[in-house]
Design a protein around this ligand. Structure first.
Ligand code: ADP
Ligand code: ASP
Ligand code: MG
Length: 415
């Protein structure tokens, strides 16, 4: 007998038929004697719809009221799943974010979970009742509803699994696991049986939205075993040949056959800022990046050109595209202090990344990458690296070509 948290994403609860399919997966676990707490997302693209209504109502609006609106999608699916489970003869009840409660900080729209009260839940789970919890929502210190940022139901599920001390957290989605590249753009991508927390963390933060980055961080810190699997597989599918359903996200020592590169990720959510003719003297970088940090704008890749005349240079860096307009405003305001000739912003760029723990002990991954880009005539505008990843910034028009080229280069293509 195990204590499981099962999470169903948007496409897995998109309509009543899909919610019934989710209920069938829950029934299988209950029939096997397991205790189940379930976390649900909103139906399909309901959250997108709710977000756009708040923007139409007023482009600049109170974040607390935004949370009141966008948290409703999960309430609907949470109630509907409870009704369907009860109708199948399975004792179940809904526990909204404020009822448990799921305590968060006060960052409305992007709140972080501080603590989840689980005493009542544990007793009910022991008595065989299924607890159905809406993902994405919490209760702020001001007593108001909060939401965790887009994709936040993954984080709700992992946080609940950590709080309950669950044996595993199963993330049911529309793909049957984590692939070596986004299966929507790399048809040759392979499913991984296992991936380490660290690689998954990089993969998520570098653009693969299959898991919210924060959920992977939490899973790594609290050692929650995460299994990413498909809700579209029949609930009674047999895996008798010993093959496991889905991909397990776990410690790297559990992975026997470690590849040098485990996957390729890319993100279009980047924007490039270029300062032309910046003074080449001490203190300038601080005058550029200080005000951006004060405005809470995260800077990612930075490239400073060598100065030809020893006096001025160009400085290029990236921010998230959502922050581009604000970043340009901030830099215009401090133009006199920095002293630059021109300021440009662009969004027609993508960041493509190669990820793998094996890079720690294998040289040459970067040089192979740069050569492959050059052979395809793709210009690299910026580079950033960590111990287990290399990212390059390129023209958006080459995104798919670059991802597919790198996928083949590192031997990841499905034979
Ligand atoms: P859910 O609604 O269940 O939360 P998401 O749409 O958030 O599902 O995440 C699943 C999607 O993530 C998949 O349909 C897939 O296109 C995308 N994805 C991106 N990168 C990967 C990857 N490396 N492996 C698997 N899926 C990926
Ligand atoms: N429904 C929310 C969203 O679409 C949370 C989630 O699905 O994870 O962002
Ligand atoms: Mg998701």
């Amino acid at each position: 007998m195990a204590l499981l948290v099962l999470k169903f994403g948007g496409t897995s609860v998109a309509d009543l038929e899909r919610i019934r399919a989710a209920a069938a997966h829950i029934k299988r676990e209950i029939d096997q004697g397991n205790q189940c707490a379930v976390v649900v997302s909103a139906m399909g693209d309901q959250t997108d719809r709710l977000v756009s209504w708040t923007r139409e109502a007023a482009p600049l609006h109170d974040a607390r009221e935004y949370d009141v609106v966008v948290s409703t999608g999960e309430q609907v699916t949470c109630g509907l799943l409870s009704i369907i489970l009860q109708d199948m003869g399975i004792p179940a009840r809904s526990w909204l974010g404020w009822q448990l409660p799921v305590h968060t900080d006060d960052a409305h729209g992007a709140a972080r979970i501080v603590d989840i009260e689980t005493d009542q839940l544990k007793t009910r789970l022991k008595n065989g009742e299924v607890a159905v919890v809406p993902g994405f929502q919490g209760l702020g210190p001001d007593g108001r509803v909060t939401t965790l940022g887009r994709g936040g139901s993954d984080t709700s599920a992992v946080a609940l699994a950590a709080a309950l001390g669950a044996d595993r957290c199963d993330i049911y989605t529309d793909v049957d696991g984590i692939y070596t590249g986004d299966p929507r753009i790399v048809p040759q991508a392979r499913r991984l049986d296992k991936i380490s927390y660290e690689e998954m963390l990089e993969t998520a933060s570098l653009g693969a939205k299959v898991l919210q980055t924060r959920s992977v961080q939490l899973a790594m810190v609290h050692q929650v075993r995460l299994l990413v699997r498909s809700s579209f597989e029949p609930a009674d599918a047999q895996h008798e040949d010993g093959t496991q359903a889905g991909t397990l996200v776990c410690d790297e020592d559990e992975i026997v056959e470690q590849q040098v590169v485990s996957g390729i990720a890319y993100t279009k959510d980047e924007a490039k800022v270029t300062l032309i003719g910046v003074q080449d003297k001490p203190g300038v970088a601080a005058r550029v990046f200080g005000p951006l940090a004060d405005a809470n704008i995260n800077v990612d890749m930075i490239v400073q050109n060598v100065s030809g005349d020893g006096k001025t240079t160009d400085l290029t860096f990236t921010v998230s595209d959502a922050d581009l307009d604000r970043a340009l405003e901030v830099l215009k305001d401090v133009k006199a202090e920095i002293g630059y000739e021109d300021l440009r912003g662009a969004t027609d760029i993508v960041k493509v990344s190669v990820i793998g723990i094996g890079m720690r002990s294998h040289a040459g991954v970067a040089s192979q990458m740069f050569k492959a880009m050059a052979d395809k005539g793709i210009n690299i505008e910026a580079i950033s690296t960590s111990e287990i990843k290399i990212s390059v910034l390129i023209d958006a028009a080459y995104a798919e070509l670059a991802v597919r080229t790198l996928h083949s280069l590192y031997g990841l293509d499905n034979a």
